[in-house]
Every structure is written in C-alpha cells, then in structure tokens.
Design a protein around this ligand. Structure first.
Ligand code: URA
Length: 423
C-alpha cells in the first residue's frame, strides 16, 4: 500500500477500502504519509465525498490512532454535549454544572477558538488560576468531586485528528461533511461518554450556513455515534445572530455566571435548559431534578464553584477587563431587524478575543457587549453595543467588520431562524 494509491482512488471518485483507510490513518499518524500527501487526500475527499461506510471506517481508524477514555469507575452515567461552534456560544459553561446538579456526570473535553468563533477553554482561562490541562486521573478526581469537568483533550486522544485538523485548517479542507463528522465524532467516541447531544449551529456565524447542510452533518454524526454504541441526539440551532449579549472570553464567563445565578439572557437560558434536558434524557436520567429548578435553587452554581476550584480557579476572583471601550449608538429609531453573527464574531476577533495563529495569546477582556437584540425597539442615539479592547488601535478594523452587520427597520427580519430549528 502507498499514499499515491489511496490519493488516486479518491481523486478518481472511487470508494476507499477499509485496508486503505486503516493504512493511511495509521501511516499519517506515524509520519510515514507526509502532510502534502494527506492534504491532497483531504482535498479529494472534500471534492468527491465519502460513502457512509467510508466515513464510519475513517472515524474508527482515527479513534484507534490513540487511547480511549474509560469512566466505568464513576458511580453514575456520563453524558456530554458538543457544539459545532458559534458567536457568543458560552452554553457549555453553565450547562456542564447544570447537568451535574441534576444527576449526570459530564466529562467535557473542549477546544480553543480559531477564527471568528470562540473556544470554551479560552473563556475559562480568563478565570485567574484555572487550569485546562489535566491528567486522566485529575479528570476523574474532578468528576468525582464536582460531577463535571471541562478541560483540554490530552495528546493521546485521537492524535490522527489533531494532526489532520491542523492540516485542514491551513489547506482549505475544513468544510467537508465527512471530515467534520469524523473529526468531531472520533474525539467524542474516544472520550468515552455514554450519551451525547450535538448542538449543530446554522447561520452566518456557523460552519453550516444552511439548514440542509446542517441537517446532513447532524444526521451523519448521529449515525456514527449510534453505530459506536453512544446514545446520540442532535439539535439544529440558530447562529444567524449571536447567542446572548456577551461575545468575548471574560465577558462570556460573567454572562454564564449570571445564568447560573438564575438570571441571564432568555436565549442562553432557554438553550441551556433545553440541552440539559436532552443530555439527561439521552443518559436515561430524566425524572430527577429539573434543570430549571437547579438554576433557581443554586445547586448548579454550587457545582460550578466546586468545578472551577477543583481546577485551580478562584470562582470569586475579579475577571480581567479590557482597558479601552467604544460605544456604538443607533443611527436611527426603529426595530433592530437583524444582527449578523459573523460580523459580530469577526469584530470580536479583531478586538483581540480570538487568535490569528494557533500560537497567539487571546485578550481575556476583549469582546463586545450587545445592548439590543434583534426585535428590540431602539431610539436614535441609544447604545447598541460596547466594544472592549486592550488598545484603541483595534477599534477601526472591528468597526469595519460591523459595517452592515446591524440593520434598523420597521420590524424584526422575518427570516430570523427559530432558536431551536429541529431535533
Ligand atoms: N470541530 C472539529 O472538531 N472538527 C472539525 O472538523 C470541525 C469542527
């Protein structure tokens, strides 16, 4: 077997055999297949697609490239959520402790932001002292103590995906449903969760811009999870506007703490509660404490505090703040018809909330606070949003990203997606 044989098979639109798939994933992980060969194969997959059999075997080969985690020592069932990523999507932060407060164990392996979408680990690292890297034993200890843990995946988990994802990121081969589905599901299956709820985002701020593409991705991932014995459910949810009012690392932590304290924006609360119920149901844990109750009675907040402290963070510490702010006001009176998720995400990224290269640091305080949401009445001169950055020099490029991102009209845009589009 050699790499050219595998590349040519896919280039010519033929199906890869299980032997070809197993060989190429193993050889790439070991460095026998070179990056330029794998990037050529990834492009052939993006252009010619894969059958369901190929996607399943590709996923299994990536799982086998590393270790599988095992939570059988825990006294209860594990359940997890994965979002395909969006703007202002801080849901994991209140959700993991909320589900733990209702009886589930949540081993949440998360990622960092790249491009205009934020990453859960970058957000949590704005809490002084908090540590993202834990050994397997530390994960188990935090899970046992708090019921939930949010941390980085260790190097041993699906290493083939780690290498391939970094390569796809720089070769224009991210937007392939077989490659996205196998990438996400190889990590989630290797993580060893018993149940999984996928939050597949749709809209300008998401990977999937249309409901049809999102549905295809969701269906593929649910089939992969189900075939691997993981109880898997997917929701399609709106990412045509940002979630909540806060976009940016520390700003989103503060909003998540508001939700855990029983407040917070309606859409963040609604989606958090809905996903919590789905996670509990998928794990066969419905019928215990209801998530809405756990937000009201403070039990989800108690888990949050235990989880943050167990990972070295101080839940009472002041969060970092950006040095500079700039207010954007409404240019006319009317209804805020729309607020484009991509424009807001790009602006937050340019303010310093995201990174341009993988090795760049993020600014914890940078981001955007939204003072009006689509459908709100606004008066001319009223603040629409506040930009936060460490240097005033960042405002110009952020303002350029926001051009055309907010529209004031007579009514809310009738094309806005419902928060939960489908299950
Ligand atoms: N997230 C992943 O983990 N992999 C992808 O390919 C896309 C998003």
């Amino acid at each position: 077997m050699d790499a050219i044989d595998v590349i040519v098979t896919k280039r010519d639109g033929r199906e890869l055999s299980v032997e070809q798939i197993d060989w190429v994933i193993d050889a790439y992980t070991k460095g026998v297949v070179a990056d330029e060969q794998m990037s050529s194969l990834a492009m052939a997959i993006l252009l010619n697609g894969m059958t369901r059999r190929e996607i399943g075997e590709w996923t299994q080969a990536m799982i086998r490239s590393g270790a599988r985690m095992d939570w059988s020592a825990l006294p209860g069932r594990t359940t997890d959520k994965h979002s395909t990523g969006g703007v202002g999507d801080k849901i994991t932060l209140p959700l993991a402790p909320l589900v733990a407060a209702c009886g589930g164990y949540v081993p949440q392996l998360s990622g960092r932001g790249l491009g205009h979408t934020g990453g859960t680990l970058d957000k949590l690292e704005s809490i002084p002292g908090w540590r993202a890297s834990l050994s397997n034993q530390e994960m188990l200890d935090v899970l046992g103590e708090a019921g939930a843990v949010i941390c980085a995946a260790g190097d041993g988990l699906a290493p083939a995906d780690k290498k391939l994802y970094a390569l796809r990121d720089v070769t224009g081969t991210v937007e392939s449903i077989p490659l996205i589905a196998s990438s996400i599901m190889s990590k989630k299956i290797a993580e060893g969760t018993g149940a999984l709820v996928l939050d597949v985002k749709v809209g300008s701020g998401a990977f999937m811009k249309t409901v049809e593409r999102a549905r295809e991705l969701a269906t593929t991932m649910v089939e992969l999870g189900t075939d691997a014995g993981v109880e898997t459910v997917a929701l399609l949810t709106a990412m045509d506007r940002p979630l909540g009012r806060a976009v940016g690392n520390a700003l989103e932590v503060a909003e998540s703490v508001e939700v855990l304290a029983g407040g917070g924006p309606d859409d963040v609360v609604e989606l958090t509660v809905r996903l919590a119920r789905e996670m509990l149901q998928a794990a066969g844990l419905s019928g215990g404490k209801d998530p809405e109750q756990a937000l009201k009675d403070g039990s989800a907040m108690d888990v949050w505090r235990r989880m943050i402290s167990a990972q070295g963070g101080d839940p009472d510490a002041l969060l970092p703040k950006a040095a500079e702010t700039l207010e954007i006001t409404a240019p006319s009176s009317g209804v805020l018809a729309g607020l484009d998720a991509y424009g807001v995400g790009l602006a937050a990224w340019r303010l310093g909330a995201g990174r341009e290269r993988k090795e760049d640091p993020v600014s914890f305080g940078a981001g955007i606070m939204l003072h009006a949401r689509p459908g709100d009445l606004v008066r001319e001169g009223q603040p629409l949003m506040t930009l936060h950055a460490d240097e005033t020099s960042r405002f110009e490029r952020a303002l350029a990203a926001l051009e055309g991102a907010y529209v004031i009209g007579e009514t809310a845009d009738p094309g806005l997606l419902p928060l939960v589009i489908d299950r």
